[in-house]
Design a binder for this molecule. Structure first.
Ligand code: AMP
Length: 424
């Protein structure tokens, strides 16, 4: 026998015992989006590689090590999207949304992202993100709205034990001065830092602060923070964000080391951390990206947004015992007593479904006893029994599994009879 094929490393099948939980989270996200005035878009799963190189930054981990890049049959370099912000801004520009009177454009999408990362609990090579973006204005209150939106989603999902960490990562006006100060601080430490950090010293020294190795973390502990070198404009922006967060009652911690993994961030950067997730504890991350549009060949278009990992939301909710709704189930099962009545049962099933009643029947030749057992295990509420004599007289037995009552009902009236029974 040929060797059986398994899914690639780092990807997961979301099976029926879990998919209903995802549907719950997505439905909630859609509702929160509507309540905050965000409109849904569907974006392509692959883009030109250049979009991510220029948008996210050539020296980021995502672009350097984690992209699924391939050539198509026309020799174009394409990449499975590692995140959605660059695509969202591309779509905004490509469709001239910057010319709309209403700014910012408030958009959201949900879907799979792809990164070649080392798989572990809460970290996969294909994972889903909810992505919310407000593109087109610089107002710091939009940053507040974005952070609020993520927290409101988590509140409605019943998630607790979350920590909001925020920072300002400055702008092209204040970063060069900071970069220099940071390089001066790092230079004597370089021989003791890991190879990756050493490689980043010239190209992107800010990212050294994001190194996860304990030795590097310890060595760079006393590094100057961008926060302390912010220009007047960035400082004012950040102060308004903080005031806004305080006004809406959002508690946060200022983390002057927070730089995030993507280069496009300017000013506000934030993450929401779950106290119940272990190493991969960020349930969302985001911030402002005022120069992303220019980096991908557009005009100056500021923006702010966040992306939340669906797997990590579901993991946190399970860990915390949050309600995730209920798995979908059918309400009614149709049981023909004799194989000769199976086709007729199919007709009854069709009329039930037409009446909007969720119904099913057995196709595997189970006995009536085991069909009834399955029905009560699955929480089915009504059973339609088609017996030879009754069927010949045009009636079927309808049993209410909650009360145990059974009644003969004319076949044509069964859908309305059941609809009434299910409403009770
Ligand atoms: P990022 O796009 O890196 O800012 O990540 C935003 C959010 O996506 C994170 O806070 C996680 O919740 C989620 N996330 C990022 N990478 C992964 C991954 N490899 N597996 C699962 N979730 C992820």
């Amino acid at each position: 026998m040929a060797e059986s094929i398994k899914a690639p490393r780092g990807v997961r099948d979301i099976l029926p015992d879990e998919s209903w939980k995802w549907a719950y989270v997505l439905t909630m996200a859609r509702k929160v989006a509507e309540d905050f005035g965000y409109q849904e878009v569907h974006l392509p799963i692959f883009e030109q590689t250049e979009l991510f190189c220029r948008g996210i930054g050539d020296t980021t981990d995502v672009v350097e090590k984690e992209m699924y890049t391939f050539e198509d049959r026309g020799n174009r370099s394409l990449t499975l999207r590692p995140e959605a912000t660059a695509s969202m801004v591309r779509a905004y520009l490509e469709h001239g949304m910057n010319k709309d009177a209403r700014q910012p454009a408030k958009l959201w999408c949900a879907g799979p992202m792809f990164r070649y990362e080392r798989p572990q609990k809460g970290r996969y090579r294909q994972f889903w993100q909810l992505d919310f973006e407000a593109i087109g204005v610089q107002d710091p209150l939009v940053d507040v709205e974005i952070i609020h939106l993520s927290l409101e989603l988590y509140r409605r999902l019943g998630m607790t034990n979350l920590e909001v960490v925020i920072n300002s990562v400055g702008c092209p006006a204040c970063r060069p001065k900071y970069r220099e100060a940071l390089q001066n601080f790092l230079e004597p430490l370089l021989p003791d830092l890991c190879e990756t950090c050493q490689g980043r010293y010239d190209r992107n020294p800010l990212r050294i602060l994001d190194c996860k190795r304990p030795e590097c973390k310890e060595k760079t502990e006393g590094a100057p923070s961008i926060f302390d070198s912010l220009c007047e404009e960035c400082r004012e922006h950040f102060d308004t964000v903080r005031q806004g967060l305080e006004t809406i009652g959002a508690r946060y911690t200022l983390d002057k080391r927070l730089v995030r993994g993507l280069d496009y961030y300017t000013k506000t950067a934030y993450e929401v951390l779950s106290g119940d997730l272990g190493a991969q504890n960020a349930v969302c991350g985001g911030g402002r990206y005022d120069h992303l549009a220019e980096a991908i060949g557009g005009p100056f278009v500021p923006g702010v947004g966040f992306a939340a990992g669906v797997e990590r939301i579901v993991l946190t909710m399970e860990q915390q015992g949050c309600s995730l709704g209920e798995p979908p189930r059918v309400d009614v099962t149709v049981i023909p007593l004799d194989p000769s009545l199976r086709v007729e049962a199919m007709g009854l099933l069709a009329s039930l479904r037409k009446a909007g009643i969720a119904a099913s029947m057995d196709y595997a030749g189970k006995t009536m006893k085991s069909q009834l057992k399955v029905a009560s295990q699955e929480g089915i509420r009504g059973v339609c029994i088609l017996g030879g004599d009754e069927a010949a007289q045009g009636v079927g037995g309808v049993k209410n599994l909650r009360t145990g009552e059974q009644e003969n009902v004319p076949l044509r009236e069964i859908p309305s009879y059941l609809a009434k029974m299910l409403r009770e």
